[in-house]
Design a protein around this ligand. Structure first.
Ligand code: PLP
Length: 450
C-alpha cells in the first residue's frame, strides 16, 4: 500500500495540539521519552505513517494490543458488516454469547465471563470481587507488575522509585501517582517477583487480611521476565493455604502466548483472570473470567455491580469475535512464538557482535533486549541494577530517527518490550535486526548524537 502523502508538519500540529490537549497528547504514554508527541495519519499491517509521510516499522503496535496488525481484513470486514446493524448496540446479542463461549472454551479458569471496556476496569472488578468474597481489605501485588491505573494497583510500578526491602519480605513502595490516598495505598502490599519466601513471609505478616494476590503470570511490563520454574505453582499453593483469591492479570499474556494464556502454558489455574489487548486485537474490550462462585458475586444479582455505558458494545464484540477466530487458526501461536524467538536470538546476537553484554527474552512475540544484563533478570531489582538505560536510550534515538523503527522505548527502570504480531513477516524480523544492528553501531560511535 502506498504511504499516504504528507498533510501537515509535525511542529505545526504540536503547537496546535498543545493549545488544547495536555502536553499535546490525548493519552499520557504517547508523550515519548526524548521525542515528545508524534502525530500519525495511518497504519497498515506492521507499518505506521506520520503526518509528514514518514514510514515507521511499528513495534509498539497499540501497546501490544494489535496482535493482527493495524488493519486486519477479518476485523475490518466484521466492523463494516456491524456498522449497518446499529453499531452502538449495548444489547445482548448472539455475538456476545459466542465471544463468552470462546473464552470459556479456551481459558482454564473461565467458568463464567463478563466483559468491560479496559484492562484497568477488569482488574478493578477482579480485586473488588476478591474483597467481597473474602471480606478482607488488602491486595498483594508484585513490584514492577502493571494492572492499570486505579488506586489499588498504582503502586510499586516499574516506573516507581524502588523502595527499601523490609524484613517481612514486602517492599516499601510508593504510589505511582499523586492523588492516591494513603489509606488506599496502605491497603496494597508489594513484594518482589520470583521470590516465594518473600511472598510467604508477607502473607504471614498480613495474616488473614490479604483478599487477593494479583500478578502478571509472565511479567511483561518491566521488560519480559519469566516466572521461575515452579514459582506460579508455589504462589497458587500459598494462596490456597492463606485463603487469598489468586488473580492472573493476563491483559498482555492472554490470547498472545496461546489461546489459554499463561495459565494454560504453565498449567497453573488462578481463581480469576483479566484479559484485554490481544483479546480484541485493537477493539476496546476487556474480560473478567473465573470460577463460577466468585463470578456470581457480580451484580446483578450479586453484591458487586458491574456494568458500563460503553462496555461490550456490539461493534467491539463483533470485531473481537472475528479476531479470536483468526487467532484460533492452526499454527497461529506457533508462528508468532517462532518469530519472537528469532527476534530475541537476533537481538542478542547483534549485542554479542558489538561486544555488549546483553540478554533477550520473548513470549508470544513480546520481546525485550536487556543491555547490561548478560543473564535474563528475574525481578525488577535485577533489571534496574543491570540494565544499561543510557546505552538503550542512545539506540532508541537512532532507531527512531535514522532507522525509523517505532519501539524499544526506555522506561525509567526497564526497557519497554517490543511487540511482534501476525502482521510482522519473517522479512520484517530480518529488517528490524538489520536496522537494530545499524542503530547499535551508530550509538556506539556517536554517544551524543541525536
Ligand atoms: N494489565 C496489564 C498487564 C497491562 O499491561 C495493562 C496495560 O498496559 C493493563 C492491565 C491496563 O489496561 P488498560 O490500559 O486497558 O487499562
Amino acid at each position: 500500500m502506498p504511504s499516504p502523502g504528507p498533510t501537515t508538519s509535525r511542529d505545526e500540529l504540536r503547537r496546535r495540539a498543545e493549545a488544547s490537549l495536555v502536553s499535546g497528547v490525548s493519552r499520557g504514554f504517547n508523550l515519548l521519552p526524548e521525542f515528545g508527541p508524534l502525530y500519525f495519519s495511518s497504519g497498515t499491517g506492521s507499518r505506521l505513517y506520520d503526518v509528514e509521510g514518514t514510514e515507521y516499522l511499528d513495534l509498539v503496535m497499540g501497546w501490544g494490543s494489535l496482535l493482527l496488525g493495524h488493519n486486519p481484513p477479518a476485523i475490518v470486514d466484521a466492523l463494516q458488516r456491524t456498522v449497518e446493524k446499529g453499531f452502538l448496540s449495548q444489547h445482548e446479542t448472539l455475538a456476545h454469547i459466542e465471544l463468552a463461549e470462546f473464552v470459556t472454551e479456551h481459558v482454564p479458569c473461565a467458568e463464567k465471563v463478563r466483559f468491560t471496556g479496559s484492562g484497568l476496569e477488569a482488574t478493578l472488578y477482579a480485586t473488588r470481587v476478591a474483597r467481597a468474597y473474602t471480606g478482607r481489605q488488602k491486595i498483594l501485588k508484585f513490584e514492577g507488575h502493571f494492572h492499570g491505573m486505579h488506586d489499588a494497583t498504582t503502586i510499586g510500578l516499574s516506573s516507581s522509585p524502588l523502595g527499601k526491602l523490609r524484613p517481612d519480605g514486602t517492599v516499601e513502595a510508593s504510589a505511582g501517582s499523586a492523588g492516591v490516598p494513603d489509606v488506599v495505598a496502605d491497603l496494597t502490599v508489594v513484594v518482589p517477583f520470583n521470590d516465594l519466601s518473600a511472598l510467604e513471609s508477607a502473607l504471614a505478616a498480613h495474616r488473614s487480611d490479604i483478599a487477593a494476590v494479583i500478578m502478571e503470570p509472565i511479567a511483561l511490563n518491566m521488560g519480559c521476565v519469566a516466572p521461575e520454574p515452579g514459582y506460579l505453582a508455589g504462589v497458587r499453593a500459598l494462596c490456597d493455604r492463606e485463603g487469598s483469591v489468586l488473580i492472573f492479570d493476563e491483559v498482555l499474556t492472554g490470547f498472545r502466548v496461546g489461546l489459554g494464556g499463561a495459565q494454560a502454558r504453565y498449567g497453573v489455574t488462578p481463581d480469576l483472570a483479566c484479559f484485554s489487548k490481544a483479546f480484541g486485537c485493537g477493539m476496546p474490550i476487556a474480560a473478567l473470567a473465573g470460577r463460577a462462585d466468585l463470578m456470581s458475586l457480580l451484580g446483578p444479582p450479586g453484591p458487586v455491580p458491574m456494568s458500563g455505558t460503553n462496555s461490550a458494545r456490539l461493534m467491539v464484540v463483533a470485531g473481537a469475535l472475528a479476531a479470536m477466530r483468526v487467532l484460533a487458526e492452526p499454527g497461529f501461536h506457533d508462528t508468532l512464538e517462532k518469530r519472537g524467538q528469532q527476534m530475541a536470538q537476533g537481538l542478542a546476537a547483534v549485542a554479542a557482535e558489538a561486544d555488549i553484554p546483553a540478554s533477550a527474552v520473548s513470549f508470544g512475540g513480546r520481546t525485550s533486549v536487556f543491555f547490561g544484563c548478560p543473564e535474563p533478570p528475574s525481578n525488577l531489582r535485577e533489571v534496574a541494577a543491570g540494565w544499561d538505560a543510557e546505552f538503550h536510550t542512545r539506540v532508541y534515538r537512532e532507531l527512531m530517527t535514522s532507522q525509523r523503527v517505532y519501539g524499544f522505548i526506555p522506561l525509567p527502570n526497564a526497557p519497554d518490550p517490543i511487540n511482534l504480531t501476525a502482521a510482522h513477516s519473517e522479512a520484517d524480523v530480518a529488517e528490524v535486526l538489520n536496522r537494530f544492528a545499524t542503530a547499535v553501531s551508530r550509538a556506539r560511535r556517536n554517544p551524543r548524537r541525536r
